[in-house]
Design a protein around this ligand. Sequence first.
Ligand SMILES: NC(=O)C1=CN([C@@H]2O[C@H](COP(=O)(O)OP(=O)(O)OC[C@H]3O[C@@H](n4cnc5c(N)ncnc54)[C@H](O)[C@@H]3O)[C@@H](O)[C@H]2O)C=CC1
Ligand SMILES: O=C(CO)COP(=O)(O)O
Length: 427
Amino acid sequence: MEALLEPVFVFKLNPSFTSKNPYTVHFPNLPKIPSKPLVVATCCAGTPSPSPLLPQDSDQNPLQLSPDRTRDRRKVVRIAWEKLVRWSRSWRSKAKTDVLERTKKVVVLGGGSFGTAMAAHVANRKAQMEVSMLVRDPAVCRKYFPEHKLPENVTATSDAKTALLGADYCLHAVPVQFSTSFLEGIAEHVDPGLPFISLSKGLELNTLRMMSQIIPQALKNPRQPFIALSGPSFALELMNKLPTAMVVASKDKKLAHAVQQLLSCSHLRISTSRDVTGVEIAGALKNVLAIAAGIVEGMNLGNNSMAALVAQGCSEIRWLATKMGGKPATITGLSGTGDIMLTCFVNLSRNKRVGVRLGSGEKLEDILSSMNQVAEGVSTAGAVIALAQKYNVKMPVLTAVARIMDSELTPKKAVLELMSLPQVEEV
Ligand SMILES: NC(=O)C1=CN([C@@H]2O[C@H](COP(=O)(O)OP(=O)(O)OC[C@H]3O[C@@H](n4cnc5c(N)ncnc54)[C@H](O)[C@@H]3O)[C@@H](O)[C@H]2O)C=CC1
Ligand SMILES: O=C(CO)COP(=O)(O)O
């Protein structure tokens, strides 16, 4: 904690410095030279090393505080930390547990990697809870994490009536493109009051619908309670109980809080949101952006390119989401920036891996036929461009991905085209 507050790079700009002085820094464009040290960055871990720009004279080195000032500074930090701890404890003392106590059964639709990880997670919340996975082949869900033993209270069945009977909550983890047909097939067994927690991230290709539209329409019940669960969360890391943070979004604030209570635990933080559109659009579009990030990596375009691409992609996602009624704060939150960072920068992402292979010259059909898991960004890329046209938003990076998916543009040509776009003011 302390190290975070130590200044690291300190440029001491002193008018008396001359070009003969080895520590002189010349900034011709600076209007006025400040007479006090200018702290330009304050984050670091460990002991700061003396700056080469400073005279190595401890009297003048602002990094070396007197013992009194060190004590004062530490006190300020300690008080701030204690305040946080007190606030957190009082909040926790008010935390409710009634939802978990009341919940007897959770049904999970889809036995892929995320459905399985979330089934294990919710089952671990309470041993007496029944967690029933509805899958096409009950043996399959055990294949995703062979090194993990699923909790005893998780069962798998291919019988929809048995799986859904008496369920208090439903976790939906069927890939987006198959969700409509899957849900239509089980609709007769779904209780109209059963809350659907959607884990799927994507847009339906031909209809451009989000899961919040797909689920009630497929079930023919516009009032089916809906919650979107999103954010940076690789199934494997959740399975390994590594600290994770996600967001639940629902128009129904009480329901969002109930799901927060059901799912959050010492290694999973759950924030709530009412911005369903923002959370869903961010979760769907980050998969398309992750393909672009993979292409940049596969083509060895370097870190500058990667950062520029991801920043541009974040803007494109914000432009569309806000036009559709989403909030900018959602896009900079867990389901936006959080998930974008995870999937664009980490090679566990299946969408990113598709991009890496495309960038290294492989053909899309060969990549997809070699995969046994879903990369939602491939289909969502087509849908998002139609949506961008509907809302009149320019999305150069995401459009380039869609063109590459359609085999109408090579990654190399896409880079040339993107680099030649007009250089406009940032918005
Ligand atoms: N794996 C992860 O780390 C995360 C995945 N997600 C989202 O969760 C959703 C599911 O992803 P995963 O479980 O990872 O996918 P997966 O590729 O591991 O498994 C997909 C599952 O869907 C089933 N399925 C495929 N076609 C089907 C059909 N026609 N009818 C019924 N079931 C069908 C498959 O049998 C398989 O069980 C996706 O939308 C993904 O974006 C969200 C967060 C994290
Ligand atoms: O959504 C995810 C993590 O939050 C998983 O991303 P991939 O589907 O690209 O693996």
